[in-house]
Design a protein around this ligand. Structure first.
Ligand code: PMP
Length: 307
């Protein structure tokens, strides 16, 4: 097959069985989203949001896209906007990975920084005020937009179920991290509809608020919420696992050493949570999780030196 546009390379990522000792002889499979052309799961979101915005006539060929983002969504949106020849302004809290910010700029996006201490809430406010000042601008607003979970409901979740069916595997458990919550919500909704017996687990770092713990900063990047995502429906959530930075980075290092798999810290947390989910499920269960990106975009943060 010969491809002609980078957006054609999005999706159909590998499903990888982790050859690890899993509690109760269960199995864990990870969808390797680093294989998307922009290097993360958010390529799926960027493509879907821009397609929907054109379809619903919220944008035209002269529009400017503005979005608050921790980084990967910005790369996904910049990629989709570039193909549609749209201008993109991304509002990023300063603390987030330099590698992601360099890539957003390489894809033609303009960056606006907000102070790290204002968190993602500060970036959201700034994006809304930029929208007021920019004629013909559109803010997809991943943190509120139901098209965010829909992007995963329509892409990665059906891919996984098709892959499980082809391999004659039953799907018993699903674990995914939450930043905006889009990945978890869209996938959990799809799986609950198609496989009602599935047990789902939402994954957050310590410092995120879903389990009622105090809010504080964390080193695990891409997941963690400062407010409950508005599209999160309790009936889609069977477990909430709060994972320490230490556990997340332990798995980042371990998977590099054991398998040559270069994963980001939110993937490490997803694996730690999948192992906890295995303890809650019957013996011999099959659990699927998502590895959203690769460690390469955190090298300047010394990801392999983290304790
Ligand atoms: N991991 C990484 C590396 C991410 O960039 C993101 C998105 N911020 C997530 C996980 C969480 O995805 P979502 O926003 O869909 O909850």
């Amino acid at each position: 097959m010969i491809y002609h546009q980078v957006s054609e390379l999005i999706g159909q990522t590998p499903l990888f069985e982790l050859n690890l000792p899993v509690p109760k002889g269960s199995k864990i499979f990870a969808k390797l989203e680093m294989f998307n052309p922009g290097g993360s799961i958010k390529d799926r979101l960027g493509k879907y949001l821009i397609e929907q915005a054109f379809k619903n006539q919220r944008i035209n060929a002269e529009s400017t896209i503005i979005e608050p983002t921790a980084g990967n969504t910005g790369i996904g949106l910049a990629l989709a906007a570039l193909e549609a020849k749209l201008k993109t302004i991304l509002v990023v809290p300063e603390k987030f990975s330099q590698e992601k910010q360099i890539l957003m700029q390489a894809l033609g996006a303009q960056l606006v920084h907000t102070p790290s201490e204002d968190g993602i809430v500060g970036a959201i406010k700034k994006a809304k005020s930029l929208q007021q000042q920019t004629p013909n601008s559109y803010v997809p607003m991943q943190f509120e937009n139901p098209e965010n979970p829909a992007a995963y409901y329509h892409s990665i979740a059906p891919e996984i179920l098709t892959e499980f069916t082809a391999a004659q595997l039953q799907l018993d458990g699903f674990a995914a991290g939450a930043g905006s919550g889009g990945t978890f919500v869209g996938m959990a909704r799809y799986f609950k509809e198609k496989v009602p017996t599935i047990q789902t687990a939402i994954v957050e770092p310590e410092g995120s608020i879903l389990n009622g713990g105090p809010q504080h900063s964390h080193r695990t990047e891409g997941i963690g919420v400062e407010f409950v995502p508005p599209f999160l429906d309790k009936k889609d959530v069977d477990h909430i696992f709060t994972i320490s930075d230490q556990a997340a980075f332990h798995w980042v290092k371990q998977l590099a050493k054991d398998f040559g798999l270069l994963i980001g810290s939110s993937s490490g947390a997803a694996l730690a949570a999948s192992l906890k989910l295995a303890e809650q499920l019957p013996a011999g269960s099959n659990i699927v999780t998502v590895f959203p990106d690769s460690s390469e975009r955190y090298l300047s943060q010394h990801i392999y030196a983290e304790k």
